[in-house]
Design a binder for this molecule. Structure first.
Ligand code: MN
Length: 367
């Protein structure tokens, strides 16, 4: 169960590699256009029209989201699936993991009967709509099938999206892919009901950190208002998304915080806070690595430190580092020195070394 507050804006894509996390759009960076990439030459309207024509022609439609789906990915795909099914289309929802794991925190999402294993997606689908997939790699096991489709439509909001597929509806100014799905439903003439609203609210709330992040606009609240007007229990959705965990999680968290180190001299005197989570802790308390994705968002709270680092140990000994800066330091550059990458404010890496030497390397990479 993913139990953490939906971390650093859409920088959290729970359970993904840390680098992929970091490549998601961060709050305050929405206005940036991806490097050299023009999302929609000629404007979105023309693309929407082509997409709607393809949907109208399709006998069956495959709706896929990124691997290790979060609330925005799964909520977007399921909302689109429910709407297209209501319009009489044969639909499948899938994502390229094997096994496919739906986080306990998203178990309430309606429409999950539409989900099929990646193996059940045809080798050459007619029409594939992919949601919240920031790069080809995030298609996982469905990469080949998606590209074999007669038409591949990419619906996404990550500024880092390099642009792929037949039609691209990529809007980095959208705080969540679910916002673009709302537009899809509007253009399809589908009325919002509680099931659709539950999926879309989950997507928008997840990627805005419950409407906290800078990407949240008056339009985001206007959408939330329309979703609440269907009568959904947003209080229960929020509790499930953010305020529910196992007791074991509290014990892992407590141990990680107890292990935290504050180094005031690090980062040129700007301060570093770091901790690590041994795999044994997760095993002892039956906690999944996905459940602790948001630990970095607790560790980055101290005002004393510019940079926060969490190291998570995999069963094979690999350490996956996740770090955040408050803006004065480029952690992506530091992570690159350890073979990782990401964003200026959020980045990650993966190494096969022990904890002290990994922290030492990270510390010196920060300068
Ligand atoms: Mn998203």
């Amino acid at each position: 169960m993913a139990v953490e507050p939906a971390a650093a804006g859409s920088a959290r894509a729970s359970g993904t590699t840390e680098v992929a996390d970091a490549l998601a759009v961060l709050p305050g960076q929405r206005a940036q256009s991806p490097g050299g990439f023009e999302p929609c030459p000629g404007g979105f309207d023309a693309v929407w029209e082509q997409v709607l024509a393809d949907i109208g022609r399709a006998t069956e439609i495959d709706l896929i989201c990124h691997i290790v789906p979060d609330g925005d990915a799964l909520g977007s795909a399921l909302a689109a699936g429910l709407a297209l099914r209501a319009l009489g289309h044969r639909v499948r929802v899938s994502f390229g993991d094997d096994p496919q794991i739906i986080p306990e925190s998203l178990s309430f999402l309606p429409g999950q009967e539409l989900i099929v294993p990646a193996a059940e997606v045809p080798a050459q689908p007619d029409l594939v709509l992919c949601f919240d997939v920031a790069s080809e790699g995030r298609l996982g096991l469905l990469h080949q099938k998606a590209f074999a489709a007669r038409t591949l439509v990419v619906i996404d909001h990550h500024a880092s999206n390099p642009g792929f597929g037949t039609h691209r509806l990529i809007d980095p100014s959208a705080p969540a892919t679910a916002v673009l799905v709302d537009e899809l439903l509007r253009r399809l003439g589908v009325r919002l009901d509680q099931e659709l609203a539950t999926c879309l609210y989950t997507g928008v709330a997840t990627d805005t950190g419950s409407f906290k992040y800078a990407a949240t606009t008056p339009q985001t609240h206007e959408l939330a208002g329309r979703l609440l007007a269907t009568g959904i229990r947003h209080d229960l959705i929020s509790r499930q998304l953010w305020d529910t965990s196992s007791f074991g999680y509290l014990k892992v968290l407590a141990a990680a915080l107890d292990r935290a180190v504050y180094e005031p001299e690090a980062v040129d005197g700007r301060g570093l806070v770091w901790t690590w989570v041994p795999y044994q802790d997760l095993a002892l308390y039956s906690v999944t690595v996905e459940e602790i994705e948001g630990l970095i968002d607790i560790l980055r709270r101290p005002a004393e430190a510019e940079v926060a680092l969490v190291l998570k140990q995999d069963p094979d000994g690999t350490l996956r580092g996740s770090c955040r800066s408050k803006g004065a330091v480029d952690v992506a550059a530091a992570c690159q020195e350890l073979g990782g990458g990401g964003h200026v404010y959020a980045a990650g890496f993966s190494v096969r070394e022990d904890v002290p030497s990994t922290v030492a390397r990270f510390r010196s990479a920060l300068g």
